[in-house]
Write a protein that binds this ligand. Sequence first.
Ligand code: FE2
Length: 295
Amino acid sequence: MSADRPNWVEEFESKGYAVIEDFATAEECDEMKAEMYRVMNGLDITTEHKTVFSTGEDQQQLKDDYFLTSGDKIRYFFEKDALDEQGELKVEKDKSLNKVGHALHWHSDVFKRFSFSKKMKGVMKGFRLEDPAIIQSMYIFKNPRIGGAVCPHQDASFLWLDPLKLYGVWLAVDDATLDNGCLWFIPGSHQEGKLDGERRMLRVTKKVGDEERVTLKHVGISPTPDDALYTACPVKKGSLVLIHGMVMHKSESNLSEKPRNAYTLHVIEQKGTVWSSENWLQPTAELPFTAMNAN
Ligand code: FE2
């Protein structure tokens, strides 16, 4: 292994994913989990969230708006069926959140420190990125018994740029096992170099009366690869899983008694690439994509 070519690079290039064990210490993981619970305790379900997630007129538009404008904020997304028709939580919020996103890396000191750490920048050097930028972050709960499955997908379906230089970084805050919903990959699937079913999630503008509204639209066909093609990727707490933007992956529901928390980032190469204006996520005046070398 040469100094500028870490030993995970070869595996990443051939399989489309790789694991760096012991990337974060147990203390760093515990600190992130504690920070997430601190942030979450500031969540007042009785205000905007109740409005957004209750059923009623224009509910889909409210949900789309809430998601579409979350790129530069800390926002909360619940498990399916966690809220009743009035928008009241059926289960405690610390047990029913699906994820928090999409700018923890900027608004929380704890997550910011980790996201822009020297060791994280070292990973980007391994990818040979010249001007890496963090475009989004998420804390994923996958709570015991309620944490839902994530269906097969390629991250580039949601975050497209040309050329496609998109890298997912997934930190196991808890042990991720076969029982609590670890990641599964189709090794080498990134090498096909295309989106299965030409699946994409796009922001589209539609006219409602005199008004122009931005909504989300899924195009193409949802991928349904053969289950036999997948390899499980159980990892220990503190492991970092690197995910190519084109590799097919999924995770199962968490039917166990143990949480499977994870902190994820998506990083792009800014130099020589063009970010798709059709992506749901766009840089904003409040938070442009955050260059890692400058922070
Ligand atoms: Fe993903």
